[in-house]
Design a protein around this ligand. Structure first.
Ligand SMILES: [Zn+2]
Ligand SMILES: [Zn+2]
Length: 228
């Protein structure tokens, strides 16, 4: 059975309802093994969001069971600045960089998907009706495309899945949690995957992509953790 991993969540450091410690405690209680906190950022808040998440990840990783990954979601930034923000986020210590893609339910600037993929973000969130060409580039660059449990954004899950299957782009499944009721459960996760495919091996491969991202971050040794 695959690990429960969520690589896209929000706290009060942007527009989520919970402080990081409560989000992580509730995630732990749901059996989530690893969670990335990826609050919305632009040039105004990228410094303090990353600084705050790096700070809180230390005690949470030392004393808790759920592995906490400090990240960001670059959101509605001018397309021309996305590459620079991705580099800045990494320089400030974000261990996972998500870009808020061209969701069908928000007026995201056209060209955001392409700029995020070209600059090599880790995950392109809810990329809407991204083109086959962009998906091909994502496959080449190793950028993961997101399947989401979040209502609204999830309208294009079928398209994202199909275009990823066609091009070989990697998929990950996240919740984009903002409130307690959004937090991942095995049932919710598996239901969204089951809607996309009845192939068990394909569903397992999607979950394995998230495991691989977490293993890579753990191997980098950047987040202190006491496992004893
Ligand atoms: Zn939000
Ligand atoms: Zn989000």
């Amino acid at each position: 059975m695959n690990s429960m991993i969520d690589l896209h969540t929000h706290t009060i450091l942007s527009d989520g309802d919970l402080i990081p410690s409560e989000l992580v405690r509730r995630a732990e209680n749901n059996g989530i093994e690893a969670i990335a906190i990826t609050d919305h950022v632009d040039h105004s808040n990228i410094d303090f969001v990353i600084a705050g998440l790096l700070k809180v990840a230390v005690p949470l990783n030392r004393y808790g069971k759920t592995y906490v990954i400090p990240g960001v979601e670059i959101t509605h930034a001018p397309v021309e600045t996305i590459g620079g923000l991705i580099a800045l986020a990494r320089e400030k210590g974000a261990l996972i960089v998500v870009v808020h893609g061209e969701s069908p339910v928000e007026p995201v600037i056209k060209g955001t998907n392409r700029a995020a993929i070209e600059a090599g973000c880790d995950i392109l969130a809810h990329p809407g009706t991204l083109s086959e060409e962009d998906a091909r580039l994502a496959a080449e660059k190793g950028v993961c495309l997101e399947i989401t449990t979040r209502r609204g954004h999830s309208r294009t899950n079928r398209h994202v899945f199909d275009v990823a299957m066609k091009t070989g782009a990697k998929l990950v499944l996240n919740t984009d949690t903002h409130a307690p009721e959004d937090i991942m459960t095995r049932e919710k996760r598996d239901a969204v995957l089951a809607e996309l495919t009845d192939r068990e091996d394909v569903r397992a491969a999607i979950l394995r992509n998230s495991e691989e991202i977490v293993m890579r971050i753990k191997a980098s040794g950047d987040v202190p953790r006491c496992t004893s």
